[in-house]
Write a protein that binds this ligand. Sequence first.
Ligand code: 3H9
Length: 694
Amino acid sequence: MNDVVKLERHDVIAVVTVNSPPVNALSAAVRRGIFESIKAAAADPEVKGIVLACAGRTFIAGADITEFGKPPQSPGLNEVIAEIENCGKPVVAAIHGTALGGGLEITLGCHFRVATKEAKLGLPEVKLGLLPGAGGTQRLPRAVGPELGVKMIVTGDPIGAAEALKHGLIEEIVEGPAAGAEAFLRKVIAENRPLRILRNDDSKLAAAKADRTLFTNAAAAANKKNRGLDAPLACAEAVSWTLDLPFDEALKKERESFLRLVAGDQSKAQRYAFFSEREAAKVQNVPEGTKPRPVERVAIIGAGTMGGGIAMSFANAGIPVTLIETGEEQLKRGMGIMQKNYDATAARGGIPADAPAKRMALITGVVGLENVKDADLIIEAVFETMAIKKEVFTALDAYAKPGAVLASNTSYLNIDEIAKVTKRPQDVLGMHFFSPANVMKLCEIVRADKTALDALMTAVAVARKIAKVPAVVGVADGFVGNRMLAARSKQSEKLLFEGALPQQVDAVVIKFGMPMGPFAMGDLAGLDIGWRSRQDRGIKSPIADGLYEAGRNGQKTGKGYYKYEAGSRAPIPDPEVEKLIDDTCKSLGLTRRIVSDEEILERMMYPMINEGARILEEKVASRPSDIDVIWLYGYGWPIFRGGPMFYADQVGLKHIAERLSVYAKQTNDPSLEPSALLKRLADEDKTFASLAKG
Ligand code: 3H9
């Protein structure tokens, strides 16, 4: 039909094959090709049925996201689907890989669907700040019922072939997708089976129409985790139209809602995050074809919170791990915590019941560093002091096999210095995971001075394999994320001396969309940790020191910046803390003032952005989008704000630079003056995004 869609005849069967790598997205050419192929097959009197299949690694993975925001080209996806649905001959979708978004919507216009057993089917538009815009909100609930339909559409999570079969989304699980679909179609033709046209089939809506709570409960459950996002609410509303409106009217409203969301700021930010995440995996200044080293076995040094979480991430991906401790006692504790974590996840249905045993079987706990000898990748996750790290790397140098990649999970120490104690600095790098490491998706990969390119690419490939988002950064105190966080922490602390309270600062940050404010975060991490690190660096912080000295170590002691009821993690503002802050300020001769929420927000965000600009100047990060990926996946930055550098572009760099200058003077802190890069971009009326364009 055209370059990307082929139409063939197998006697009475027409086979339409989409071949548009990498993921067969529904570009204008693909839509046109399918539309014309279906039209031609429908008009051909010899053809009795049609198979719609895809070449390559996957079925259609959705609309072509790069086309959003550009002038629409005909035929639209709804027209293509209508052509299939109304063609009068049975059309079977042959699904393999992923049928996502517009890809699944197209199959819902087909009269039957078959899929291979590893296929995944879903409507993930919500993750891009959208709702399915080609009938998905109306046809999927008719296929699987409104309860599962609303869950799939609001969460965006796909289901596997077995579940799809159970709920009537597919009719059969097949081996080869196109051949399986063809065999299925021959049965349909032989039996003269009626076409299943979902738009006309309200049978699965009846129960929820009679008892509305079936739907509203499912919608509320799916929306439970929503933090300020518009799209999940729009998704749930659109699915509710299946119960209230005629199909065509609902389809029209779905389209209007889609167009509103696609033009909105949230979706723009979410689409930016999607492409930034993929961009981050493409490491700059590495020649194409640089091959990662094979990694079959991993060793992790340290079975504490971080080491255990990292071990679980590997076991989750089916990679065997040797987990090494210094003594049986510590090992037993670490293994026990992992087992407990897995059991808890299985008990709430997060993983299958047999998964804990299977995953724990992949983790071999042992005592003694000599056990690293079989590992292709070794990750050190021991206590965060340079002396101990050096000791461990000296020993690793003696025991590790040649070519093994040696990684440190340090969160701020200098990797060049660590690498120097080995005779193989080319194999040394940082892999900085975020706590809890089995949950948080980010892995900052620290490229040291001498890191070999294939060692670097090994860390990137491994991170992707264990479902982490890798972002390559350079050596710097705190790398990218923690260095920017330090700029924010400095301000949050200062604000207490000036007149704000912990609960006021945290409330502003949470309202912005972060999962936690800086003070609740301090309580979670433990205020003793900050105190110890200040002692090491010879720094004093009278309020934080006062809390520590009063035995307020955070959540673990039931008191920190807040108080906590036994067994609860909910922070409660504490008048004792207010008094401690007041008394400390009085003793220092400081007069407190009313600090506005607006000032708090600016002083939480702009110094961080300024630090991000310095990080770019120093080339510790190579792209603003890498910084955004780090904040999105390591610190819970709200996805609808795209990341700090994206947010800065939306606010306007001129405004940010001006406000930073004001705060630098107001607080007598020259480090708040806009960095050279921020100043230049602001003066030229440019954005951080303009840097990526060269
Ligand atoms: C939609 O369908 C709206 C409709 O309801 C209504 C319309 C009216 N478009 O992720 P990978 C690129 S919204 C354009 O590394 P994997 C991606 O950028 C859409 N490009 O591979 C990358 O490019 P590059 C709903 C796309 O194997 C390359 O493909 N669908 C699209 O790890 C490989 O991607 C979705 O949201 C696209 N739709 O994962 C699905 N998808 O190599 C989004 C991918 O230049 N896609 N690319 O960096 C995914 O979730 C994953 O890509 C997928 C493959 C699971 C398919």
